[in-house]
Design a protein around this ligand. Structure first.
Ligand SMILES: Nc1nc2c(ncn2[C@@H]2O[C@H](COP(=O)(O)OP(=O)(O)O)[C@@H](O)[C@H]2O)c(=O)[nH]1
Ligand SMILES: [Mg+2]
Length: 422
């Protein structure tokens, strides 16, 4: 029993109490104590919360008294682990708590909240149920072939095919949601690209809000790649400034260019910056060739100098895209550009379904492979028992994803990233 004077242990009621040092009898703090009787607590066990006045010295003294009265400090994640073991929290919800704590942007926090509200568990449960109902029918057709003669008729198999196909589609959406989540954590990579001297580095600095990249009127100033993380309307963006394109690159510029080309493979979006005060854009054809297939925003810079009519291929590019006219130096059009970046991001946002955990991507991929195999066997009317085996493997994966089966190592990995007290 803790040395709390006046504390009378009612369940789930805040009680004002004086905390006394049991050794010296000295008054330590006037605290609020809340007693939670099992199973009505976060962990599902008996719990006592003590709310003292803030301040490091005071809190440490309170902690000291609690510890010398027989308590011990919790391991990182121990509260949530106990909550999981006492069925207060699903494994996925516990992990969402970790994600919520780690979230660096509002969007990431919202995704974690969506998971914490159980949307993902509900999605997984639905998939598991659907999968098991197909499996049961297939197994029945194997166990009682005579009774089920009808059941293995083509119309039945068609039903299995369709239902398996539906689960595959759902699994695909979840895998895509992992890609989205990864970008929410690591940032949507946006690469600035264009001929030399069009103002890419000036724009980079403007977007980042500091003088990060060197700006110079001499072409070829930027050769190395510079990256900076920024948050645009709550979305994390990894902005990359690299070498420009000119027609006779030096060795060093050539190296910078190949670095940039490699970057295009990972990028989410390219911002093509052209100099609107100049009618000819060096190397633009080659640039366009290199960013083929990438999402694009065209930016016409140096609005303050007055824009001139563009020669090809810039003329066509401007006509066919939603170009944005800006002055990087004066900061004109920057908000519009930011809006366009956010719009491109939002286009791929998974709206109406759960966002899976990154840790689940591998398992979801495996599930999809098993289901595709089962589908193939149904389609080519290969032996149904092989299809059943694939479905069973898929169901096993769903047991893991729903937290029905887990290993010590998994728990260790999930809960060890929590900080103490969670
Ligand atoms: N007038 C004007 N000059 C600009 C603008 N943006 C960049 N510049 C100038 O263009 C030159 C090249 O800029 P920089 O950012 O280094 O271009 P980069 O080679 O594309 O990175 C510098 O002299 C800048 O001051 C702009 O919006 N208006
Ligand atoms: Mg530059």
């Amino acid at each position: 029993m803790l040395p709390l004077k006046g504390f009378s242990w009612p369940d789930r009621k805040a009680v004002l109490a004086d905390l006394i040092d049991p050794e010296s009898g000295e008054f330590i703090d006037r605290v609020i104590g809340i007693n939670f009787k099992a199973p009505g607590s976060y962990t599902g066990q008996d719990m006592l919360e003590i709310h003292g006045h803030g301040g490091e010295k005071n809190i440490l003294r309170i902690l000291d008294i609690v510890l010398s009265s027989g308590a011990r400090l919790a391991e990182p994640g121990e509260f949530s682990l106990r909550a999981f073991l006492n069925n207060k929290l699903s494994l996925n919800e516990a992990e969402a708590v970790g994600d919520l704590i780690d979230a660096e942007t509002e969007v990431a926090a919202n995704l974690a909240r969506r998971r914490l509200s159980g949307t993902m568990d509900r999605d997984y449960e639905k998939i598991r149920e659907k999968l098991i109902s197909i499996l049961m029918e297939v197994e029945a057709s194997l166990d009682f072939p005579q009774d089920m003669e009808e059941a293995i008729s083509p119309s039945y198999i068609d039903g299995w095919k369709k239902r398996t196909g539906d689960i595959i589609e759902r699994t695909n959406q979840l895998i895509e949601s992992c890609d989205w989540y990864e970008k929410i954590i690591n940032g949507f990579e946006v690469v600035l690209v264009g001929p030399a001297n069009t103002g890419k580095s000036t724009l980079f600095n403007k977007l980042v809000g500091e003088e990060r990249a060197l700006v110079h009127d001499e072409p070829g100033t930027t050769r190395d790649m510079i990256r900076e993380k920024l948050v645009v309307s709550g979305y994390p963006v990894l902005l990359v400034d690299g070498a420009g394109w000119n027609e006779a690159p030096t060795d060093l510029e050539e190296k910078g260019r190949s670095l940039l080309i490699r970057e295009f493979g990972k990028a989410f979006l390219a911002i093509i910056v052209i100099d609107g005060s100049n009618e000819r854009q060096q190397g633009l054809n080659e640039i366009l060739l290199n960013i083929k297939g990438l999402r694009k925003i065209v930016v016409v810079n140096k609005l303050d100098k007055g824009l001139v009519e563009q020669q090809e291929p810039a003329a066509t590019l401007c006509r066919e895209s939603n170009k944005i006219e800006i002055s990087a130096i004066e900061g004109k059009g920057i908000d519009e550009l930011k809006r366009a970046i956010v719009e491109a991001i939002k286009k791929i946002e998974p709206m109406n379904h759960a966002i899976a955990l990154l840790r689940h991507r591998g398992a979801l991929q495996e599930l999809k492979d098993f289901l595709n195999r089962a589908l193939m066997r149904f389609r080519y009317e290969e032996s149904t028992d092989m299809a059943a085996e694939d479905l069973r493997s898929g169901a096993k994966i769903m047991d893991e994803l729903t937290g029905r089966s887990y290993t010590e190592a998994m728990l260790e990995k999930i809960f060890s990233r929590f900080c103490i007290g969670k």
